[in-house]
Design a protein around this ligand. Structure first.
Ligand code: BT5
Length: 321
């Protein structure tokens, strides 16, 4: 894939056409090999104009989340250094989990154009139509105790919210525990899955769904009234590889902070950004409903709810809108 990425770079650098000779000289491969790369690019959906006298010209790029397209925007050392791309998948989290079990190193990402069984928390579904959004999962291997893993969800939401800010200038809001909202509608969710061994985390999978060019007509009835996307909020379309590259970069920045300064640093930033202290909330947990005033986030990611003067610590649940 490296040579293919290089060929694309040469095509993009040249304003008009670039000759087969030049490419073969720069890559140190035959002209027949260059011709084969062009055919390969066409199979991936690139529009290549071929002229006998002038050579090759890149006339169109497909809207696809290929790793080498994401690489153009990704400023990371670890997250995304290997990207597994699929057109269709059951769930990016499931494949990332399998890869991690088989020893895949930290940073590998699974990215898909569509998911047939996109997963939310607690067996819920993540609506994942093709070619519209970002569905991606990254394998992390932090050397931490399982009890400190939960704030990784917060670092993911923070990375998503910074990405939205960078791309649109809009301020997203954070909703406990894993939602990112824009204009009070859900635009992104994170699903954390982990594997542990004795007192250690073996690996964590962060799975992020981010609605990018999703339109109301693409939405299931269930989410129509509650979901939004970057394009719905701004009336613009976005290059998904760019969105993904920026997201990976922000994720790595927060992950480094998590490793260097610990989970509390992440919880503090999240708590501040979510402006959760003092908010009156109703939280559902396993069918029980609790009303109270949020007093903050504990270092394990739990919310501290003040119910008539008594603090209840809630580890997992959903805040009602
Ligand atoms: C989440 O669950 O928000 C976690 C979503 C994680 C999805 C990613 S996609 C890549 C990776 N691979 C996977 O298989 N999953 C991860 P939860 O808090 O339980 O929210 C689920 C609820 O959000 C659903 O019950 C719907 O109400 C709503 N929802 C579903 N699809 C949505 C979408 N595309 N946009 C906005 N809301 C959606």
């Amino acid at each position: 894939m490296d040579n293919l990425g290089e060929v694309l770079r040469y095509l993009r650098e040249s304003d008009g056409f670039i000759s087969g000779d030049r490419i073969s000289g720069r890559l140190g491969v035959s002209r027949t090999a260059v011709w084969k790369y062009m055919n390969q690019l066409e199979r991936y959906g690139y529009n290549i104009e071929k002229s006998k006298g002038k050579g090759y010209h890149l006339a169109g790029t497909p809207d696809r989340l290929y790793g080498w397209e994401i690489d153009r925007y990704r400023k990371t050392d670890v997250i995304g250094r290997r990207i597994i791309h699929r057109d269709k998948i059951d769930s990016t989290n499931s494949l990332a989990f399998k890869q991690a079990l088989a020893g895949e190193p930290e940073g590998t990402c699974v990215v898909a154009e569509s998911q047939e069984k996109g997963k939310g928390r607690l067996g819920r579904k993540w609506s994942s139509p093709a070619g519209k959004n970002i569905y991606f999962s990254v394998i992390l291997r932090p050397a931490i105790h399982p009890s400190t893993v939960y704030p990784i969800t917060f670092l993911s939401s923070l990375a998503v919210s910074d990405t939205i800010g960078e791309l649109t200038g809009l301020e997203a809001s954070l909703k406990w525990p894993n939602d990112v909202l824009l204009h009070d509608r859900k635009i992104s969710g994170t699903l954390l899955e982990l594997s542990t061994e004795a007192d250690m985390v073996r690996f964590v999978i962060i799975g992020i769904g981010l609605n990018v060019n999703l339109e109301p007509k693409d939405m299931d009835q269930e989410i129509k009234a509650r979901a939004t996307s970057l394009s719905m909020a701004t009336k613009k379309t976005f290059e998904r590889p760019r969105v993904c590259g920026i997201l990976m970069s922000n994720l790595e920045r927060y992950y480094n902070l998590f490793r260097e300064d610990g989970e509390m640093a992440i919880c503090d930033i999240w708590e501040e950004k979510a402006r959760i202290r003092g908010k009156r909330l109703e939280i559902n947990q396993m069918g029980e409903s609790y009303k109270g005033i949020a007093r903050g986030i504990d270092r394990d990611g739990a919310i501290l709810l003040d119910i008539d003067g008594k603090i209840k610590k809630i580890i997992a649940g959903d805040v009602n809108f």
